[in-house]
Structures are given as C-alpha cells and as structure tokens.
Design a binder for this molecule. Structure first.
Ligand SMILES: *Cc1c(COP(=O)(O)O)cnc(C)c1O
Length: 348
C-alpha cells in the first residue's frame, strides 16, 4: 500500500533518493583503524555541533545509551533518571545486564528538579547505600510526549551533580527536536553535560546511527565499550554519509514536524472523546487519552490500521502519534479525520 500514513514513530522514515545518492558516493575505510573518512567527518561535525572535544559513531540509540552507562558507572552504582525514561523501560533491562547498575526514577512528566535530584542522591562510602554516580536526563522526553527538559533546570541539576562528583549524561536521541523547539543550539543544550547521546535515525531520517559526544578522554573510554558490546564496525561510512546528509538537509525542517504535530493535536481535540491539550505539544510527539465512550487503544489502533493510519498504543486508553519527514501536513489532517470518525463512530 502506498497511501499508508505511518505515525507509529519517527524511526520509520526511509532514506530519500538524495540520501541514497550520498550513501552511494561515500568514501569509506576501516573505521576500526580510524580510517573511514565519512565516519571521521561525521564525528567531527557532531562534536562541533554539540560543543564537545570528540564524538563517536554507534549503530543505534540504544547502544549509545548502553555504552554511556557502562563508561560512566561501576557495577552496583545507582543512576538517577526520570520516570518512564528510555533507559529504564525500553532497553530490555540492558542497564542491569550490561552495566550492573540500578536506576532510581524521579520526577513527573519527564522532568525533575534539583531538590528531587538531591533527595534521591546517595553518598559514596556509605555502608548500605548504593552510591549515586550518574544522573541522566532525557531531552526531549519520549514517554512524556516529546516534552523539552527546561534548560535552567538541567543546568542546576548538572551543577549540583558536579559538586558531588556525580557524572551527567544527556539522552538526546531527540535533542535536535529540543533545539529546534527552543531556538537554542544543540551545543547550548549539551553544555551542562559530561556526555551526550544523539540519534540520527529518528527525526533526521537516517537509516541507522547514534553518536556520543564528550571530552576526548570520555570518548576514549566509550571506544572500548563500543567494541565490547559488538558495535565497532568497518566500512560504516555508508551510514555516516547518511547521517551527514541528514544533518545537512533534514535538520531545520524538524520545525515542520512540530507544526504538524500541533495541528494534528488541534484537529483531534475537536472530538469530545479524545483528551489532548494541543498547547502541551512541544515537538513531534503527541500522546492522547481515550475518554469514556471511546474504544480502547488496541481497538482503535486496529480500526485505524484498516483505514491506512498506523499508530502505537501506549496504554489501555492511551495512544502515541509521531510526526516525521515521511508524513505531510495533508496526511496528518487525513489521519486526524479518520481517528475522529472512528472514535466518535465506534464507541462501545
Ligand atoms: C529511540 C530512543 C532511544 C534508542 O534508539 P534506538 O534507535 O531505538 O536504539 C534512546 N533514547 C530515547 C529517548 C529514544 O527515544
């Protein structure tokens, strides 16, 4: 089917013809010898964009997070992260399996403050407590609906962490969206953090790839764990070229995705059986609740699929939609029409 409107995730985008041409033309070499010119160029580019000394290519956003955790903690340590963060709920227990850490989750709606953070911190050298050695912030926050973590809060938390010798990590799989939404540069948003992870395969539309950026020394440590986790590759410049192309051509257009998400929310809000506040849609993710009288999420997802609209149930009465470069404004409008018809028409 050509006319499917796929709002399940911004990971579903397919490489454009121009991106495929960039991939075909990419100079490559053995990246494990540091000899892939496309990877080297992408690493330099992303380090500069994030205002850090060095950056490292990784095959996925999940490995980006896993290598970050492993490089910044010791088994038995405690990591503090937001409730419902990707690190906790979407990496198949990797934090425990690969790094042996336990994660304490705090905050609400993807955000927490310095007081909550300090309340959760456990000191090193205590006879019972697991020492807190890392705090992770997710920006934008996926499960909270693509919200931007307020930068002033992030700065204060990272400052408090630094004073206590606690490392700071930014899970910025969608940091590009946060930058576009706030008008800040990615470097500004990354500045408070020791180590920053970003993804090329979400809204930017590359077929694969994550990057870590930090000090030269920190990235050296990540090199080792990337290899240990099986993520060191060879002529991976083919994918790096896609990442370079994505940064060049798909970055500023993220604003269109945000605009489309807001419009989608406004159209959906017309149904009394859909609960969504369009004013809370900050980037390319929107989450809505199904009110009484509406079908349950699974039933609506199945019915929408029949009509060519794909989306993802986030809970029994909760659905997530994600806009991206492969859905137009017109398609978003059509998807909203279909959903409103279904919700208002097939109640219980
Ligand atoms: C998608 C995502 C990741 C992981 O990326 P994958 O490509 O699925 O491995 C990490 N963190 C956040 C916040 C994400 O949304």
């Amino acid at each position: 089917m050509t006319d499917v409107i796929d709002l399940r995730s911004d990971t579903v985008t397919k490489p454009t013809l121009a991106m495929r041409a960039a991939i075909a033309a990419a100079p490559v070499g053995d990246d494990q010898f540091g000899e892939d010119p496309s990877v080297n160029q992408l690493q330099q580019r992303v380090a500069a964009l994030l205002g850090k000394e060095a950056a490292l290519w990784l095959p996925s956003g999940t490995m980006t997070n896993q290598v970050a955790l492993r490089s910044m903690t010791q088994p038995g340590d405690e990591v503090i992260a937001s409730v419902d963060s990707h690190l906790v709920g979407s990496e198949t227990g990797g934090a425990a399996a690969n790094s042996g850490v336990q994660i304490t989750t705090i905050g609400e709606g993807g955000v927490f403050g310095t007081d909550e953070f300090l309340d959760a911190v456990k000191p090193r050298g205590h006879i019972m407590f697991p020492p807190t050695t890392l705090v992770s912030i997710e920006n934008t926050h996926n499960r909270a609906g693509g919200i931007v973590f307020p930068q002033a809060k992030a700065q204060r938390i990272c400052q408090a962490a630094r004073e206590r010798g606690i490392g700071t990590y930014l899970d910025g799989a969608r940091l590009w969206n946060a930058a576009i939404a706030t008008g800040e540069t990615p470097a500004t948003l990354a500045a408070p953090f020791d180590l920053v992870g970003v993804a090329l395969s979400k809204g930017l539309g590359a077929p694969a790839g994550g990057m870590l950026a930090g000090s030269r020394q920190q990235i050296e440590r990540c090199h080792r764990y990337r290899r240990m986790f099986g993520g060191a590759m060879r002529q991976v410049g083919l994918l790096a070229a896609a990442g370079l192309h994505a940064l060049e051509h798909h970055y500023t257009r993220l604003a269109e995705d945000h605009d489309n998400a807001r419009h989608l929310a406004q159209w959906l809000a017309r149904s009394p059986r859909i609960r969504i506040d369009p004013a809370r849609v900050q980037t390319n993710i929107l989450i809505f609740e199904l009110a009484d009288g509406a079908p349950c999420a699974d039933a609506l997802v199945a019915a929408a699929r029949e009509r060519g609209v794909l989306m993802f149930a986030f809970g029994p009465r909760c659905i997530r939609l994600v806009t991206h470069l492969d859905v137009s404004r017109e398609q978003c409008e059509r998807a909203a029409q279909v959903l409103v018809e279904l919700v208002d028409g097939i109640g219980k």
